[in-house]
Write a protein of this length. Structure first.
Length: 488
């Protein structure tokens, strides 16, 4: 494990040159062949040149495989970065110059390949160690790893990838922080400290009392049953230099723990519900990356934070509550709490910030996991321009999304006998869509809006080369690229 990973410029004397070779590479460039043993290393029968596979030639040179030329894409580079960083760690390398001499015809992709490689390296270098106790061995971290390359675009990509990898790890760390520590107040404190680290990024917090006075009945009711009271965290990115008048609003479901409330979850269903804040954490990680890269556009983020608990103060099924925008909601199920806190954040964002577009991200339904698994997130968007931006951002970030329908029929399905709408229709049909249909009542009609349900993608039960089980940081890259689409 390295303490940190940075992108440098220019190779210094003591750096390790890592030459990238594909399965097709037959001959090394002259500068590399000058190293004794380089050509022999290339021909070693055990060197399969699999993505990220490393052979050491000497103290100054190593070769790393990138697999077959065919199908070389950003996802492959992410894997290369993940495996490479572990190999470099074993070697104890501190300064690395990635040599792309054999890849020069791949011009168009240089930046995105560099970005993907360092995203893979930075996320693979992370482990949740906040709660290592007396029974854990404390590994000595290795200090800083500096990555650079022979190609300027690739190096620029490395820099972006590190920012994004750091944003993802930041989101993962908070996601993994347990509910007895990570309360709504704790989230607010962390957001404040992020804002302090970046000029032009400000944080304000709408307290429980203020939320009540503002009429945020969703946030109030979901959170009032907990001793840790709810709040709404607002982060504003207002850079001095902007290249567009458009303003993006991001909203992230931040339920620090979801017991289900009186519609109590079963033991198995409750496990892992610390991850019910992952929408908010993705938004927070994206805001951090946006501020770090000084995106020339205004972005506001809202994190409605609450803990869904059971107590005599808790809201209950059959309650009818009034939301920030005046809509009344009959609560049929206290476990459909995410949409209630999101609703207040969405209508508040529309009224207060008049955004050009608004996107919410939430671990909203188990149904979307049944439908789409962990392969992609489900999303809803009835605005073709925003849809195009999101689809392009999904492609460039390798965070896949799949659109589901949202029709007037779905909206009608949410109507209630005794209030305006139900938070969940007791007829268990189209659950993920019900969530989206409910939320649609809280977004101004003229504001392009998308809802992204990340219940299946934001954490994982089993690990792979790139990521161990646990939180994934899913959404940081998607939101970052979505914001980037307004300024390029
Ligand atoms: N946080 C859950 C959704 C969830 C389930 C996320 C599994 C990750 C894994 C959400 O608040 C919830 O409980 N949704 C209910 C909605 C239902 C009561 C209408 C669900 O999906 O069952
Ligand atoms: Zn729930
Ligand atoms: Zn929930």
């Amino acid at each position: 494990m390295y303490k940190s990973i940075a992108a440098g410029s220019g190779g210094s004397g003591s750096s390790l040159r890592v030459h990238l070779v594909s399965e097709q590479t037959r001959r090394l460039p002259d500068s590399i062949r000058a190293h004794a043993g380089a050509s022999e290393a290339l021909k070693r029968p055990d060197f399969k040149r699999e993505p990220g596979e490393l052979v050491v030639v000497d103290k100054k040179l190593a070769l790393v495989g990138i697999g077959p030329r065919n199908g070389l894409d950003t996802e492959r580079f992410r894997k290369i970065g993940a495996k490479l960083v572990k190999a470099l760690d074993r070697l104890g390398a501190r300064k690395v110059l990635l040599d792309l001499e054999s890849l020069t015809e791949r011009q168009a992709s240089e930046t995105s390949f560099g970005r993907a490689l360092s995203e893979g390296a930075v996320t693979a270098n992370w482990r949740m160690d906040l709660f290592d106790g007396a029974a854990s061995k404390q590994p000595q971290p290795r200090g800083k790893l500096t990555l650079t390359s022979t190609n300027k675009n690739f190096t620029n990509g490395l820099r972006t990838g590190i920012t994004l990898g750091d944003g993802m790890n930041f989101a993962r760390k908070l996601a993994a922080t347990p509910p007895n520590v990570c309360t709504p107040t704790y989230v607010a404190q962390v957001a404040r400290s992020v804002a302090r680290q970046h000029e032009d990024l400000t944080c304000s917090v709408i307290t429980y009392q203020q939320a009540r006075r503002l009429g945020m009945g969703g946030l109030e009711n979901v959170g009032k049953g907990s001793a840790s009271k709810p709040c709404m965290v607002v982060l504003e990115w207002k850079p001095a230099k902007t290249v567009t008048k458009e303003r993006l609003a991001l909203v992230g479901k931040t339920i620090t723990y979801d017991t289900g409330g009186y519609s109590l979850k079963t033991g198995g269903g409750m496990r892992g519900m610390k991850y019910d804040k992952n929408g908010g954490m993705a938004v927070l990680g994206a805001m951090k990356a946006i501020a770090e890269s000084k995106l020339p556009m205004r972005v506001v983020a809202l994190l409605p934070a609450a803990e869904n608990m059971v107590s005599s103060e808790s809201y209950r099924p059959d309650d009818i509550i009034t939301m920030y925008n005046g809509i009344t909601v009959e609560v049929t199920n206290t476990d459909a709490e995410g949409r209630l806190v999101l609703a207040d954040a969405l209508s508040y964002a529309c009224r207060k910030y008049k955004p050009s577009a608004i996107v919410d991200m939430a671990t909203l339904t188990g149904g979307v996991v049944v439908a789409l698994g962990s392969f992609c997130s489900g999303y809803w968007c009835e605005d073709s321009t925003l849809r195009g931006r999101l689809e392009r951002a999904a492609t460039s970030s390798d965070e896949r999304i799949w659109r589901l329908p949202l029709w007037q029929d779905h909206r009608d399905f949410m109507r209630s006998q005794h209030a305006d709408i139900l938070n969940s229709n007791p007829r268990r049909e189209a659950h993920p869509i019900q969530g989206a249909a409910f939320l649609s009542y809280f977004v101004d009609e003229n504001v392009p809006w998308a809802h992204v349900d990340i219940a299946g993608t934001s954490s994982r039960e089993s690990g792979n080369d790139m990521m161990p089980p646990g939180p994934t940081g899913w959404g940081v890259r998607l939101l970052y690229d979505l914001a980037g689409s307004y300024v390029s």
